[in-house]
Design a binder for this molecule. Structure first.
Ligand code: PXP
Length: 245
């Protein structure tokens, strides 16, 4: 069974436009996701704090104590203001991402060859803390062996190129992902996937790509929540204004 970890960053993006009001509340939204059956919560605290802020990380960790089966996945670049979160919170999983602080969002997987030594050291440290380690990777089966040798527990497939190819109608959009997932599983690596997954492209992805243990989805899910929830919300405001019963 594939688990769903909801990436809650975009709730914080909106909240941060008027932080003093705490609307929308990251914690209330995380609670709604978990109560609806999500298997975990993902955050990506960035050095510029443009969405998730350090206090959010600590508050979500506290919330998750009430959901002992839920997983806390913290993403980030381990070489830039990241490890202190893991040391403090000891989440279930750390997803290591090679993102530049200036990047709008994660936009490529690791070059393992050129980061092997320092990644191996970080992975050892994370595992000593009891945190499982996932490496954000492009769909390239030939790199799975080194991911395994460096000590990773899982890889997370970077699915933005899949989502773009799927949107163009490319029937081979998931082929490289399928091959990479098979190779990872052969080596004993777990497989996660994330980025630009949505209600349309997720089902065919999971149908073709085997062994996917977890998807982490943020942007489309939070956008869909607005669209699916707006009508009910407008009705509530009409009632609150005495304009409807
Ligand atoms: N995985 C990683 C490593 C990410 O950086 C992100 C975005 O924060 C996601 C998954 C989720 O992507 P999206 O918001 O497009 O669903």
């Amino acid at each position: 069974m594939t688990k769903l970890s909801v990436n809650i960053n975009k709730v914080a993006t909106l909240r941060n436009t008027r932080p003093q009001l705490n609307i929308p509340s990251v914690i209330r939204c995380a609670t709604i996701c978990l109560d609806a059956g999500a298997h975990g919560i993902t955050v990506h605290p960035r050095p510029d704090q443009r969405h998730i802020r350090p206090q959010d990380v600590y508050d979500i960790a506290e919330l998750l104590k009430k959901y002992p089966k839920a997983e806390f996945n913290i993403e980030g670049n381990p070489f830039i203001e990241f490890m202190h979160f893991i040391e403090k919170v000891k989440p279930t999983q750390a997803t290591l991402v090679p993102d530049d602080p200036a990047a709008k969002t994660s936009d490529h997987g690791w070059d393992l060859q050129n980061n092997a030594e320092r990644l191996a050291a970080v992975i050892r440290r994370l595992k000593d803390l009891g945190t499982s380690v996932s490496l954000f990777m492009d769909p390239q089966p030939e790199h799975m062996e080194l991911a395994k040798r460096l000590g990773a527990d899982r890889i997370e497939l970077y699915t933005e190129p899949y989502a773009a190819a799927f949107a163009r109608g490319d029937r081979h959009a998931a082929d490289a992902y399928e091959k990479t997932a098979r190779r990872a599983a052969e080596l004993g690596l777990g497989v996660n996937a994330g980025h630009d997954l949505n209600l349309d492209n997720l089902p065919p992805f999971l149908k073709q790509v085997p062994h996917v243990e977890e998807v982490s989805i943020g942007h489309a899910l939070i956008g869909d929540a607005l669209e699916f929830g707006l009508a009910e919300t407008v009705r509530k405001y009409l009632r609150a204004s005495g304009l409807a019963t």
